[in-house]
Design a protein around this ligand. Structure first.
Ligand SMILES: Nc1ncnc2c1ncn2[C@@H]1O[C@H](COP(=O)(O)OP(=O)(O)OP(=O)(O)O)[C@@H](O)[C@H]1O
Length: 322
């Protein structure tokens, strides 16, 4: 593989954007402005997680890119095609797995997925459809009517439909809402497999764990504005705090004044000292702190460290919004 190979560059900063959004605004007929001047590039081959509280504008944004909702201002290109003026070409590159399961309950799995492909004007390709159904563990169910499938299987059918026309970009709107842990893990596995095939994946999720597990990059949307876009690893390094939790032999009523220079807080009714430090720093100060506590006669029964999760980071970001 050479460096100029698109697969090699997949998801990297120098990969060309597969979706490019400039100054996008949306005001609904009600007068409500759901999106404010959104600028966002999605890189080819990445898994991008869009996080945001209820009503932040995630579905509106996805629906505009997929051509389901009209934009009010700005430009959106999907694989270089303008989603308004070149709708068909743009849409042919996009697969959408919506939040709601909507499909013909009395059709068979195979017929539904084959029909979906036809809707995009693509010639029949039974080999591709079989491969897709096999990858989604649906091949054995291909002759089953959708109504007879479990919720998890129905969700897989929605994904197979979205992939039926071989899109380069797949949107998953809350892909694992309401599914059990096992299926969630299966779906994560499957999404990773799709990325390995070169599909760019954009998912919205309420499960921070899902973004933490899956995403290459994370975008946070709040009140119709993108407030942050960052590589997941960078985000967790930059904003993630490390804490040292010191369980004390004896409760402390208050912190001694001589400790005021440390980032310390008392917790658990005074029986725990929490020291927040920068894990990236050359010196965390832990040794010096322990020495000082010892000198003050404050005995530590045991200690453990804790790394703040993406969830902590997300909550603090969204709460910091006016
Ligand atoms: N057709 C509509 N007319 C008027 N307002 C709308 C319409 N659709 C959505 N909105 C409003 O736009 C805002 C963004 O909604 P959207 O569904 O995009 O949010 P979301 O981030 O996807 O939320 P959730 O996580 O709950 O799905 C909300 O305040 C919503 O009430």
């Amino acid at each position: 593989m050479t460096l100029s190979d698109p697969a090699e560059r997949a998801g990297r900063a120098d990969a060309p954007p597969v979706i490019s959004i400039r100054n996008l605004t949306k005001t609904y007929a009600s007068g409500y402005q759901a999106l404010h001047a959104i600028d966002l590039d999605i890189r080819a081959g990445e898994i991008f997680a869009l996080l945001g509280p209820n009503g932040a504008g995630k579905t509106t944004l996805i629906s505009i890119i997929c051509g389901i909702v009209n934009l009010s201002g700005g430009v959106v290109l999907a694989d270089g095609h303008d989603v308004v003026t070149d709708y068909r070409a743009a849409r042919s590159q996009i697969g959408l797995v919506p939040q709601e399961l909507s499909t013909d309950a009395f059709e068979t799995v195979l017929a539904t997925v084959t029909f979906s492909r036809g809707l995009f004007g693509k010639p029949a390709d039974p080999v591709y459809i079989e491969k897709t159904l096999r990858e989604l563990s649906l091949w054995d169910k291909r002759h089953s009517k959708i109504i007879t499938l479990s919720g998890g299987m129905k969700r897989r059918v929605m994904i197979a439909k979205a992939l039926s026309h071989e899109p380069r970009i797949l949107f998953l709107d809350e892909p694992t809402a309401g599914v059990d842990v096992e299926l969630r893990r299966d779906m994560w596995q499957m999404v990773r497999g799709l990325r390995a095939d070169g599909v760019t994946i954009i998912l919205t999720t309420h499960y921070i764990e899902e973004a933490e597990e899956m995403a290459d990059r994370i975008g946070v949307i709040s009140q119709g504005r993108i407030i942050l876009v960052e590589d997941k690893a960078v985000l967790m390094n930059k904003l993630g705090k490390s804490e040292l939790l010191l369980h004390l032999q004896q409760r402390l009523e208050t912190l001694p004044d001589s400790l005021s220079g440390w980032q310390l807080a008392l917790a658990d009714d005074g029986s725990e000292l929490v020291y927040t430090y920068d894990a990236q720093a050359e010196s965390t100060g832990i040794t010096a702190l322990l020495r000082q506590l010892d000198a003050l006669g404050i005995e530590v029964a045991n200690l453990r460290t804790r790394q703040s999760s993406l969830e902590d980071i997300f909550v603090s970001l969204v709460h910091a919004e006016p």
